[in-house]
Ligand binder design. Structure first.
Ligand code: HEC
Ligand code: HEC
Ligand code: HEC
Ligand code: HEC
Ligand code: HEC
Length: 400
């Protein structure tokens, strides 16, 4: 009798324990993560600011809805302190947001995902941040992605999102990498070969929407390590021929930061459906400066006008004829008459009629010359050489 009672007691104890465990698991499984965050946030606010403030902490799913941008961002369900003061040192996701940036871009008009990426609608951290491979199409660009791409500055990746709106500006405060890359695009004369925002050459692909190309559109067989669009561009900027053997894109000897900056810039160049009031600088467009226009006019009135009219000056200076080139992608043509001989082992005549290397591509795509124009090129190159020698002769006596 006694033994039986003991058995019953054991059985009941066991079933109660099982129930408790099941109940805990059930609760844990079905209580959303965000509820836990909201409870913790409320406690934190109560400890720091008292019960009155704690009562103002919202509960339930929170969201910022921005119809113009077709976005519903629920990030604030967990990131509860974004617009609070005094939580600058609180742990994430409760910290006050760095202030300056939200003054220019109020949360009510910009939400969170416009800048950070992520899945606005999601209410679990994993799905919202979307940094796992299966969600990679729009992850939160933060610490984790920076580590994955080996970019030392965790905020650098964010700049691709900023530039979705700011791309029509020459310079934007706070966009360290993008500004650096924009400067490189101007200094190195990428437009000599590429059209960007409706202006530039046709030797390389149009880059205006290059950021929309998907991962499958790239060939990775020459890439060691992680295969991604980011990694492809990085390797391509460091050495174009490594990724495209026949490429005439010059190797600019870019360092790591240069290549990273350019990669972020070209990846930011994709179409979006932001309305015009979200696109600062759009009204100014992306046009040559007044100074650039005036310089071109000046060069068009001299002996070297031909090189401007035909677009050679995009890549070549012709120093003896006063023709400047912003990009200097090819050599000074003042000495072409002798240089071509030593560099290519042919006369200038033959080189212009049967060009090789970059010029073969240039003359087959961007600049088409008639036979009469080819004869004019040769004549002008000889003139440039003659002027060069005259200049050397007059300079020589004073040099002694
Ligand atoms: C379910 C709760 C939850 C939601 C929803 C959520 N987060 Fe977070 N977030 C967290 C937590 C917890 C952390 C801190 C731990 C960590 O870094 O993962 C965090 C950290 C972050 C960080 C800093 C870490 C980094 O990678 O740089 C950013 C940025 C961020 N979240 C952005 C967002 C954005 C944007 C959204 C909306 C698309 C969002 N979060 C939605 C919980 C959430
Ligand atoms: C206009 C762009 C912009 C918007 C909109 C924006 N942020 Fe940020 N956010 C930034 C920038 C830039 C930083 C880094 C600032 C700094 O550290 O100086 C940042 C930092 C953060 C951090 C800290 C991450 C870290 O690694 O230090 C979190 C978390 C965060 N934001 C969440 C949010 C949430 C949630 C929203 C929406 C309520 C939001 N942000 C809206 C631009 C934005
Ligand atoms: C969805 C579009 C959008 C995104 C994304 C965006 N911005 Fe802006 N930004 C704007 C608009 C619009 C203005 C207001 C321009 C004006 O008032 O003329 C602005 C203003 C600014 C200004 C002030 C410019 C001035 O002259 O006062 C700075 C700096 C700035 N943004 C930097 C950033 C940074 C950094 C990011 C990314 C973290 C970013 N923006 C993301 C649209 C955007
Ligand atoms: C002399 C002409 C020339 C110049 C100058 C040039 N490129 Fe290129 N670029 C090309 C050609 C040709 C290709 C296509 C073959 C290849 O992928 O290399 C190309 C390809 C590219 C691609 C890959 C496009 C894709 O399919 O994803 C990018 C990005 C690019 N260039 C950016 C730049 C930038 C930025 C600069 C300036 C720093 C620049 N290019 C300067 C000729 C040029
Ligand atoms: C998109 C850039 C680009 C344009 C535009 C361009 N060139 Fe070139 N050119 C080059 C490059 C780069 C070289 C160097 C050879 C090479 O890399 O194959 C070169 C080489 C030459 C050479 C040989 C020079 C030497 O010293 O060896 C001549 C001559 C020449 N180009 C003439 C012209 C003329 C004439 C025009 C206009 C009708 C022109 N180029 C337009 C890029 C360009």
């Amino acid at each position: 009798m006694k033994g039986k009672n003991l058995d019953t007691a054991w059985v009941s104890a066991l079933s109660i324990a099982t129930l408790l465990v099941a109940g805990y698991l059930y609760f844990h499984y079905f209580t959303p993560e965000w509820k836990g965050h909201q409870a913790e946030f409320r406690n934190m606010v109560e400890q720091r600011f008292g019960p009155a403030r704690a009562a103002q902490v919202p509960s339930g799913i929170q969201q910022v809805w921005i119809p113009q941008l077709n976005r519903t961002d629920r990030c604030v369900t967990c990131h509860l302190g974004v617009e609070w003061k005094g939580l600058e040192r609180a742990p994430e996701p409760y910290r006050s947001h760095p202030k300056g940036i939200l003054e220019k871009h109020p949360v009510a008009r910009y939400g969170c995902t416009t800048c950070h990426g992520g899945q606005g609608y999601a209410v679990t951290a994993e799905a919202a941040h979307a940094t796992e491979i299966q969600h990679w199409e729009s992850p939160v660009l933060g610490k984790q992605m920076a580590r994955m791409y080996s970019v030392s500055n965790r905020l650098a990746l964010l700049e691709t999102h900023c530039n979705a709106c700011h791309r029509y500006e020459r310079e934007t405060k706070g966009l360290e990498y993008i500004n650096h890359a924009r400067q490189l695009v101007r200094d190195k004369g990428c437009r000599a070969c590429h059209a960007i925002n409706g202006r530039g050459g046709v030797i390389g692909p149009n880059l205006t929407r290059i950021g929309e190309q998907s991962a499958e559109q790239y060939e990775y067989s020459r890439l060691s390590g992680r295969q991604s669009v980011f990694a492809w561009h990085l390797a391509h900027f460091k050495n174009p021929k490594q990724m495209a053997a026949e490429s005439v894109m010059p190797n600019f000897n870019f360092g790591s930061k240069d290549s990273q900056a350019l990669t972020l810039l070209v990846m930011s160049w994709k179409p979006n459906d932001y309305p015009p009031e979200y696109l600062p600088g759009l009204k100014f467009g992306d046009f040559p400066t007044q100074e650039e226009i005036e310089k071109e006019q000046r060069m068009l009135s001299g002996e070297g006008a031909f090189f401007v009219k035909k677009g050679c000056f995009i890549c070549h200076e012709v120093s003896s004829l006063g023709i400047e080139s912003a990009a200097k992608i090819g050599p000074d043509l003042a000495l072409a008459v002798t240089d071509v001989q030593s560099r290519f082992g042919v006369t200038v005549d033959d080189f212009i009629k049967r060009p090789t290397g970059t010029m073969a591509v240039v003359l087959a795509t961007q600049i088409q010359l008639t036979d009469a124009e080819k004869a004019e090129v040769i004549q002008k190159l000889q003139l440039a050489y003659q002027r060069k020698r005259e200049q050397a002769a007059t300079a020589a006596p004073s040099a002694k």
